[in-house]
Design a binder for this molecule. Structure first.
Ligand code: PHE
Length: 355
């Protein structure tokens, strides 16, 4: 960047005070190199709206990598509405927020299309859809593909199979010990899939009310802090980002970290820390692509649910291929994924150095 200043990596970022909601609405369009930018709408609490901006910038860049590695002809974007701490949104305010988001997206004229993310639902997408066509995952009766979480969970299972195959020689997760952090809409569905598979499950959530549902699956309950550093085979982050910090990594007791939470690394250098500890990390943007793959396959490519499911399950092959590339070139799996994204985006690849 100019004089050592980090370069803005994004095509455009819209920031406005929602005229109805009076809340900060941020739409980050990271890249449209491969096609229309896509990425969910996050409605979440931030101590400072600028934390929401930082999240939007990181999450939208993650969507670019996610689409590129998934082989989708789309770029990355993200919407964040920064709700002040402690604020509860009543129905009227929520409606105002969604109308503000819809107008912001409409003003971008198709450069970006949204979808659900943390804090928003398919019903919210239908509300946004009243003002702009650039929205995925509306409920079926409104012409969309509905909830993307089941596909995200299925794609995560596919990634876990590839890792299990690599580490333990079997793609079945029967008896594999997994520690799942976060029982939200994706985490809960993933827990069910893993329980059906006969995995040895430890589950956790910041909300203690999730305990009963977890235990019903035959999983053992733990606090998030305990689950994070539990003695396990695979740690599965399925909550908010930034969970892998320089403090946490030295205390991890797992062989691999493979989960659907976006932006798991608190800082970029943590990838190196994980590698030096011999912990396999499959980048979140590879693992969590199932939702966006499913929605775009159905709504943009007009394929059948069977085809969409196959493309989501193909994440298993993507991860297996990344293991192959990493081995062949003597780099980490994360570096192999970055290189694949750069290749697809037509960015000159960084020199591949041994890790
Ligand atoms: N929340 C999804 C993700 O992070 C975003 C999304 C899903 C966007 C489905 C469009 C369609 O990948």
């Amino acid at each position: 960047g100019f004089d050592g200043m980090p370069a803005l990596d994004h095509e455009q970022v819209l920031i406005r005070t929602g005229p109805r909601s009076r809340l900060p609405v941020i739409v980050a369009v990271h890249s449209s190199t491969l096609g229309q930018a896509v990425g969910g709408c996050r409605l979440w609490r931030y101590a400072d709206w600028q934390d929401g901006l930082a999240d939007a910038l990181r999450l939208s860049a993650g969507m670019t990598a996610k689409c590129a590695v998934a082989g989708l002809a789309n770029g990355g974007g993200k919407t964040v509405v920064a709700v002040p701490p402690g604020a509860e949104l009543d129905a009227a305010t929520r409606r105002a927020v969604l109308d503000d988001v819809a107008d912001a997206i409409a003003s971008l004229d198709g450069a970006y299309a949204t979808g659900p993310d943390v804090g928003t639902t398919p019903e919210d997408m239908a509300v946004i859809g009243e003002r702009t066509p650039h929205v995925f995952c509306r409920p079926a009766q409104h012409g969309g593909s509905g909830d993307s979480s089941p596909a995200t969970a299925l794609g995560t299972l596919a990634a876990l199979r590839a890792v299990s195959r690599r580490l333990y020689g079997t793609r079945a997760l029967t008896g594999v010990r997994l520690s799942l952090v976060g029982l939200g809409s994706v985490g809960m569905r993933l827990a069910r899939l893993l329980a059906d598979e006969g995995a040895d499950l430890l589950v956790s959530d910041i909300d203690p009310a999730k305990r009963a549902a977890g235990e019903e699956l035959g999983a053992t309950w733990a606090s998030p802090e305990h689950a994070l550093t539990a003695d396990t085979d695979i740690l599965v982050p399925a909550a908010l980002g930034g969970i892998l910090t320089g403090d946490v990594v030295p205390r991890l007791r797992c062989s691999a970290v493979v989960g659907p939470a976006n932006n798991q690394l608190a800082t970029a250098d943590v990838a190196g820390l994980l590698h030096r500890r011999g912990i396999v990390w499959v980048p979140d943007y590879v693992v969590s692509a199932g939702g966006v793959i499913n929605a775009l396959t159905l709504e943009l490519h007009h394929e059948t649910p069977d085809v969409a499911r196959q493309r989501v399950e193909a994440i298993e092959h993507t991860v297996a291929d990344l293991f192959g590339t990493a081995e062949q070139r003597q780099v980490t799996l994360a570096q192999a994924a970055t290189e694949l994204a750069r290749l697809r985006l037509g960015t000159p690849p960084a020199a591949l150095r041994p890790a």
